[in-house]
Design a protein around this ligand. Structure first.
Ligand code: AMP
Length: 401
C-alpha cells in the first residue's frame, strides 16, 4: 500500500488539517479512557515542534445535526492536559467561525474544530463540504485509522483537494496490519472468537485464504460444531449458518488452512457469573447446558499449535470472558501469545472491540507486538476490504502530482 508519511511533508508555518478520532468513551462528560488521545501525541508533538498550525477535525458520537450533547468543546481542555500543549476551540468546523479562528493561529498552535458530524454533508462525503474543509489547510494529515473504513468528507473527500499524508498513528497501524496479513512471516495463525459467525462471515472467508491456521472459539465455534451435527444444547448457535460453515471449510481445505475447533468445552445451565459449570467433550454437551468457554484440553492444543507459528492475528474472545470463570481460555491463550511475542518467536497483532477489553483483562495489551485501537476499521481490514480513508491517501492530490 502506497502512501506518503508525514515526515515527507514540509509543515513549518503551514496550516495542517488533521483528521483524528476523538470519539472517546465518556461518563457524565468525563473521558473514561484516554487511549485514543494519548496515541495521537507523537504526531501532535512532531507538528508543534516543527511549528505547524494544527487544525483538528473529528467526530464524536452519532449526532443528527447540531446537538449540544455531542459538542467537542469539553475535549479541548482534555487534549491540553494530555498533550501538554494548549488547544483552543472553534464552534464550527467550516465557514466564517472556523476560518476566523484559523486566521488567528500562530506557528505551533493547535485548534480543535466542532464535531464534523454536525453537518450532514460529512457522512454524505459531499464534495463542496470537503472543499470547505480543505480551504482551511495547506496539507491534510489523516491520523484516524479507526475512522478509515468510512468514506466521509473529513476522512476521504478532503484528501482529493490537498496534499495528503498519513500521521504516525495511521502509519503505525498500517505497518502492523501489513506485518500480520499483508506480508507476514509464515506460518500465520488467526485466532477468531466472539459471538456469531454471521457477523464475521466476510472475515472468516478472507482469513482462510490468507492464514495457515484458523483457531475458532467463542459462540461461533458452536455454530461450527452444530454444522457437523454435534448437539450443542442451549449454546449460542446459528443453525442457519451451516451451509456457510461448509463453504468456509472447503475454502480452507483448498488453501491448506487448518481449522482448529474446540474438542472440549466448559458448559453451564445459565449465562451468569459463577454459574455452576462442568467441562465435557464436545460430543457430550447436555441438552440443558450451554458452552461458554473453550475447555482446557483444547487450550493446550491451541497453545501447541501457536508455538509453531511466526505470526498471530487475533480478533474476538474465546469465551464469555465478561462473566467469571468463562474468561479462562481467553486469558490462557493471551498468556501464550504474550510469552511467544516476548521471546521474539512471533509477531502478534490484535484488535476489534471486545478483543482489546479481553486483553486488558488479561493485562496483555502491552505484551503483544501491536494492539489496534480501531474497531470497525480493524475488522473491515481483516475482511480484506479496501479502507476508503487509507485508499484516499494513496491517490490523494500529492500522489497525482
Ligand atoms: P464479538 O463482538 O463478536 O467479538 O463477540 C464478543 C462477545 O461474544 C462477548 O460479549 C462474549 O461474551 C461473547 N461470547 C464469546 N463466547 C461465547 C459463548 N460461548 N457463548 C455466548 N457468548 C459468547
Amino acid at each position: 500500500m502506497k502512501f506518503s508519511s508525514l515526515r515527507e511533508a514540509h509543515v513549518t508555518g503551514k496550516y495542517v488539517v488533521m483528521r483524528v478520532d476523538l470519539n472517546v468513551p465518556t461518563d457524565n462528560g468525563h473521558v473514561t479512557d484516554t487511549t485514543r488521545i494519548d496515541r495521537l501525541k507523537p504526531t501532535i508533538d512532531y507538528l508543534v515542534e516543527h511549528d505547524a498550525r494544527v487544525i483538528l477535525l473529528s467526530h464524536f458520537g452519532r449526532p443528527k445535526g447540531v446537538s449540544p450533547e455531542f459538542s467537542q468543546k469539553f475535549l479541548a481542555p482534555v487534549l491540553t492536559q494530555q498533550w501538554a500543549h494548549p488547544v483552543s476551540f472553534a464552534t464550527d468546523c467550516v465557514g466564517d467561525v472556523a476560518m476566523t479562528a484559523r486566521n488567528h493561529m500562530k506557528d505551533g498552535d493547535i485548534l480543535l474544530l466542532e464535531n464534523v458530524r454536525f453537518h450532514p454533508q460529512e457522512e454524505k462525503n459531499d464534495e463542496a463540504f470537503a472543499k470547505q474543509l480543505a480551504q482551511l489547510g495547506d496539507i491534510y494529515v489523516n491520523d484516524a485509522f479507526s475512522a478509515a473504513h468510512r468514506a466521509h468528507a473529513s476522512t476521504e473527500g478532503v484528501a482529493h483537494f490537498l496534499p495528503s499524508y498519513a500521521g504516525f498513528l495511521m502509519e503505525e497501524e498500517l505497518n502492523a496490519l501489513n506485518l500480520a496479513l499483508g506480508n507476514p512471516t509464515r506460518p500465520v495463525a488467526a485466532i477468531v472468537g466472539g459471538a456469531k459467525v454471521s457477523t464475521k462471515l466476510d472475515l472468516l472467508q478472507n482469513l482462510v485464504t490468507k492464514v495457515d491456521l484458523l483457531v475458532l472459539g467463542g459462540g461461533m465455534a458452536n455454530t461450527f460444531l452444530h454444522a457437523h451435527d454435534i448437539p450443542v444444547g442451549k449454546s449460542l448457535c446459528e443453525p442457519d449458518m451451516a451451509e456457510q460453515v461448509h463453504k468456509i471449510e472447503s475454502a480452507a481445505a483448498k488453501n491448506n488452512c487448518r481449522i482448529l475447533i474446540p474438542h472440549d468445552v466448559v458448559v453451564a445451565t445459565e449465562f451468569k457469573a459463577n454459574a455452576a459449570h462442568i467441562t465435557c467433550g464436545v460430543g457430550d454437551i447436555p441438552a440443558t447446558h450451554m458452552a461458554l468457554d473453550v475447555g482446557p484440553e483444547t487450550v493446550r492444543e491451541i497453545q501447541t499449535a501457536l508455538e509453531n507459528c511466526k505470526t498471530i492475528i487475533w480478533n474476538g474472545p474465546l469465551g464469555a470472558f465478561e462473566i467469571p470463570p468463562f474468561q479462562n481460555a481467553t486469558i490462557a491463550v493471551a498468556q501464550t501469545v504474550s510469552h511467544l511475542t516476548q521471546a521474539g518467536k512471533v509477531k502478534s497483532v490484535a484488535g476489534g472491540g471486545d478483543t482489546v477489553a479481553a486483553l486488558e483483562m488479561a493485562q496483555m495489551v502491552d505484551e503483544l507486538t501491536y494492539v489496534s485501537s480501531a474497531g470497525g476499521a480493524f475488522l473491515e481490514w481483516m475482511e480484506g476490504k479496501s479502507l476508503p480513508g487509507v485508499a484516499a491517501l494513496s491517490h490523494g492530490k500529492n500522489q497525482a502530482n
